[in-house]
Design a protein around this ligand. Structure first.
Ligand SMILES: Cc1cc2nc3c(=O)[nH]c(=O)nc-3n(C[C@H](O)[C@H](O)[C@H](O)COP(=O)(O)OP(=O)(O)OC[C@H]3O[C@@H](n4cnc5c(N)ncnc54)[C@H](O)[C@@H]3O)c2cc1C
Length: 414
């Protein structure tokens, strides 16, 4: 039935590539076109702040699929092309080369882009942002030359870049207006553990202050903080969050809030148009509200779910959000969604850097993070889904199996 149809995917990254793969494995035999603004075929971004940035793996290791995959699966990959306008009334996307593409179903997987600082000196040479492999190659080459770097922002990207730069032997300072790294997601108590991990590795942490200006003649030479300090440096990396790329959807009249608003089937306000990955603000049945998740596992799973729904299935997306990070070899996984909590309970000693932290609301676990402890994500997710009340002492007791605290409800996260 779908043989004569055209399915289009805008955004050739993880969500888009996994959607294309799923359309073919689920039997879609029509025309399948994927449009990507970047010149590279779809690749994974997590290595760009970790092993690829440090020069430990080759470019070939970061791609989602092998080079021949798209041709073998009859997926038309239009790289280096941006979709500039969308007309959902006739099902048409226009590209920046003027070509028009008719579609029967469309997936918007346009992702997110770094927020830019708007301060004096922002345009000086030596101010780096990190989103694409091209950005990463430029930064990697700069790390190769050594020296001192100021990282602006102690969120995940900033923290990982700081760790990689230290591991490469550079002098690293980190500036963030919050009191500890990662405070927005982890809170002050757990963020303090990451502050200590960084200071133990020789990173200078300037917390509770912002950046007022970058100074230098043609290239950045120093950073001035909002509390009046100056820091000499050879270059700067800015990691102050991302924003969803919603311009195409907005222009096409698709309903947009903090991201492209979709229901639990990843369907937008326009029939036949879906969204997935970093750009999607998806209604989540577990939380009863829309959430936008800027993490790898979300793109990995939402792409395929959207693909199945493009084929007419009813695949409700209700996975517990999940992400991972690695800094100085201290690996962690986080499951859940916790915009607020009333307390944190630790299982294991945080000082040992092998522990689980649980965030609770009204005696129920809303999120859990395992650091240096593995194969517990399924149990943590079951605990979150079950919404059972838990006793703090049993939660903290490493002798009580996590399975005993909640029935198993979900397997396979990432
Ligand atoms: C350096 C770095 C490290 C990360 N590390 C981790 C990690 O450790 N753990 C984790 O869970 N997550 C991590 N992430 C986040 C993860 O990579 C993202 O969640 C994931 O890439 C989202 O995939 P996506 O396909 O939704 O969007 P993106 O990866 O943003 O891709 C969207 C693509 O769409 C293209 N595009 C946009 N608009 C158009 C248009 N109009 N026409 C054509 N193409 C368009 C863009 O050029 C881009 O290639 C990291 C991200 C970065 C940048």
């Amino acid at each position: 039935m779908t043989t004569n149809q055209t399915f289009a995917i805008v955004g050739a990254s993880l969500a888009g590539a996994k959607a294309a793969e799923t359309l073919r494995t689920e039997g879609f035999e029509g025309r399948l076109v994927m449009i990507g603004a970047e010149h590279e075929r779809p690749y994974e971004r997590p290595p760009l702040s970790k092993e690829y940035l440090r020069g430990e793996v080759e470019r070939e290791n970061v791609y989602v699929h092998g080079a021949s995959f798209y041709a073998e699966h009859d997926i038309e990959l239009r790289l280096g092309r941006t979709a500039v306008s969308l007309d959902t009334s006739i099902g048409q996307v226009r590209l920046d080369d003027g070509k028009r593409l008719r579609y029967d179903r469309l997936l918007l997987a346009t992702g997110a882009e770094p927020r830019r600082l708007s301060i004096p000196g922002e345009a000086l040479d030596g101010v780096f942002y990190l989103r694409s492999v091209e950005d990463c190659d430029a930064l990697r080459e700069r790390l190769d030359r050594g020296g001192s770097v100021v990282v602006v922002g102690a969120g995940w990207i900033g923290a990982e870049v700081a760790a990689s730069a230290r591991q490469r032997g550079l002098d690293v300072s980190v500036i963030d207006p919050l009191s500890v790294p990662l405070e927005r997601v982890l809170g002050a108590e757990v963020g303090a553990i990451y502050r200590d991990i960084h200071t133990d590795h020789g990173v200078k942490m300037l917390l509770g202050t912002g950046v007022a200006a970058f100074e230098g003649t043609t290239a950045v030479e120093r950073v001035r903080t909002s509390d009046g300090r100056t820091l000499d440096c050879d270059f700067v990396v800015v990691g102050v969050g991302v924003q969803p790329r919603t311009a195409l959807a907005s222009q096409g009249g698709v309903y947009v809030g903090d991201g492209i608003v979709v229901d639990e089937y990843l369907q937008t306000s326009k029939p036949g148009v879906f969204a997935a990955g970093d750009v999607a603000m998806a209604h989540h049945p577990l939380y009863g509200r829309g959430i936008r998740v800027e993490h790898w596992a979300n793109a990995l799973h939402q792409g395929p779910a959207a693909a199945r729904n493009m084929l007419g299935r009813s695949d409700q997306f209700d996975r517990v959000p999940y992400f991972f990070s690695d800094q100085y070899g201290v690996g962690m996984e986080y499951a859940g969604y916790a915009p607020a909590w009333d307390r944190v309970v630790f299982r294991g000693d945080p000082a040992s850097r092998e522990f689980i932290a649980f965030w609770l609301v009204d005696d129920r676990v809303v999120a859990g993070m395992n650091v240096g402890v593995w194969d517990v994500t399924d149990q943590i997710q079951s605990l979150i889904r079950a919404r059972v009340t838990v006793d703090d002492r049993r939660l903290a007791d490493t002798g009580v199996p996590l399975e005993d605290l909640a029935p198993a409800t979900e397997t396979g996260v990432a």
